[in-house]
Ligand binder design. Structure first.
Ligand code: SIN
Ligand code: MN
Length: 200
């Protein structure tokens, strides 16, 4: 494991070994069984390229009415609990006694990406967002606390964890692309990103 800081984001390269990654993927599969992946619509009516679901008291959701946290899956059921293996990553990287209330699960097929954005739908930005990368490599771009300006990118690999907190909590970030066939963790390829958030 190698820890570095880029624009205030703490990057733990290789925090999770393959066994740990496999255990989390197995737990995510259980979540997806009761809360299937769906493709959210953006407020302007286009559909996102990532597919999503969530675990915890809240899931992040988007449609023409805007971005928000909701207590139920679009199918009507409550989100499943956040698996212990995933909460362990929060505990290892934040050492906070407060636990996250949302684990957003994003699945990137080979052609999926995510535009530059801030995570700002939570009530209190004193709490960090913890992001876990699983599967294919992703080109992650980090900008500034306001839109635009110079950016820096790095490749996130399976098992890497990023903590977005402190002065960098509202820093713009996004995923330009993923690189297919760079990991064998997911049999069908692609990338899973988990983000742990305190919502209320
Ligand atoms: C996100 O910002 O919500 C996702 C980041 C990532 O996929 O690495
Ligand atoms: Mn984000």
């Amino acid at each position: 494991m190698n820890r570095l800081t880029l624009r205030g984001f703490e990057i733990y390269k290789g925090l999770l070994d393959v066994t740990g990654q496999q255990a989390i993927v197995a737990a995510v599969r259980e979540v997806v069984k009761s809360a299937p992946l769906f493709r959210p619509e953006t407020p302007n009516g286009s559909s996102m390229s990532v597919r999503m679901t969530a675990a915890g008291a809240y899931g992040w959701f988007s449609d023409r009415a805007g971005y928000r946290y909701v207590p139920t899956h679009p199918g009507g059921q409550r989100w499943p609990a956040i698996p212990r293996e995933i909460l362990d990553v929060w505990d290892r990287t934040t050492a906070l006694s407060r636990q996250p209330e949302c684990c957003l699960i994003n699945y990137y097929a080979p052609d999926a990406k995510m535009g530059m954005h801030q995570d700002k739908d939570e009530a209190d930005f004193q709490w960090p967002v913890v992001s876990v990368s699983l599967g294919d490599d992703a080109l992650f771009r980090i900008g500034n606390t306001t839109r635009g300006g110079k950016t820096e990118s790095l490749w996130l690999q399976s098992g890497d964890v990023v903590v977005m907190g402190g002065a960098a909590r509202l820093t713009y970030h996004g995923v330009d692309r993923i690189k297919p066939n760079t990991s064998t963790l997911l049999p069908k390829g692609g990338r899973i990103n988990l983000t742990l958030r305190i919502v209320e």
